[in-house]
Every structure is written in structure tokens, then in C-alpha cells.
Ligand binder design. Structure first.
Ligand code: 5GP
Ligand code: ZN
Length: 135
């Protein structure tokens, strides 16, 4: 069975540069940072994606991300930040252990984010209906 890199980081078998840890969470610097200060917040326990992660943990994750992101902005001199979570391989998730990217930002053009295109307003209500129907 292939080992999960982030479980190995959580249990200390793979080294990491940690900025925070408690009983539930671990935050450590991303090894391939998109910007200076880019770190990952993840759970100690293994959950592959956000919808498999217990609500009680997720309820703690955002307040913690907020605190860590503010420390990062002050610490590395950033004016803003992105919170990004990839869920599933098609989204670009490479490590199948749920995590939140905290990416300090200094300039709008730093990330290669593709701009959206104007929605087709004849179709958009049906897209919304399809989502609502599954709530
Ligand atoms: P994903 O695409 O799964 O959302 O992002 C995974 C992130 O984990 C990537 O940004 C990648 O650089 C980071 N990463 C992968 N392996 C390691 C590792 O062994 N140590 C650290 N610190 N980060 C890693
Ligand atoms: Zn894991």
C-alpha cells in the first residue's frame, strides 16, 4: 500500500518545516511554494477530501486558517492571501490527504489564475437548479 505523504509528515517520519500544530491540525511550509510564505494546513488524521472530513474538524479549520493567514501576512509582508483547497485529482489535487493552501499575496498577477468568461445567462439558472436539486 502506498504511504500518504502528509500522514508521514504528521507522524514525523517525513520531515517538514512546521509553523503550527495541535491535537487536530498541522501547518507546514509547502515544499514548492507558489509565493513566499505558502503553507499547508492539514488534519492529523487522514481524510482524502473535504467532504470526507468530519464537520467538527472543518468547523475548527477556518478559524485556524484565519489566524495562521494573518500571522503569515504580518510575518512575510503580504497584503492579502488566497485559501485554496483542491478536492479530487481532476481539481489538481496531488496529495490525497485533505489540506488547505494558504498563499500570501503581494500582487494580483502573481498566480497563474485563469480569468473567467461571462456566463451564458440562458443556461446559468439550470446549472443552479441542478446543484439545488442535490442539496
Ligand atoms: P495539492 O495539489 O494536492 O493541493 O497540493 C499538494 C501540495 O503539497 C503541493 O503544493 C506540493 O508542493 C506540496 N507537497 C508535496 N509533497 C510535499 C512534501 O513532502 N513536503 C511538503 N512540505 N510539501 C509537499
Ligand atoms: Zn494521509
Amino acid at each position: 500500500m502506498t504511504k500518504c505523504i502528509f500522514c508521514e509528515i504528521a507522524n514525523g517520519r517525513i520531515p517538514s518545516i512546521r509553523i503550527y500544530e495541535d491535537n487536530d491540525f498541522l501547518a507546514f511550509m509547502d515544499i514548492n511554494p507558489v509565493t513566499t510564505g505558502h503553507f499547508l494546513l492539514t488534519t492529523r488524521q487522514h481524510y482524502a477530501v473535504i467532504h470526507e472530513t468530519p464537520d467538527e474538524l472543518l468547523a475548527k479549520a477556518l478559524p485556524l486558517a484565519k489566524r495562521l493567514a494573518q500571522a503569515a501576512m504580518l510575518g512575510v509582508g503580504a497584503a492579502a492571501y488566497n485559501l485554496i483547497s483542491n478536492n479530487g485529482p481532476e481539481s489538481g489535487q496531488l496529495v490525497a490527504h485533505w489540506h488547505l493552501h494558504v498563499i500570501p499575496r503581494r500582487r494580483r498577477e502573481e498566480l497563474p489564475l485563469k480569468a473567467g468568461e461571462p456566463a451564458d445567462l440562458t443556461k446559468l439558472p439550470f446549472v443552479a437548479d441542478a446543484i439545488r436539486a442535490n442539496l
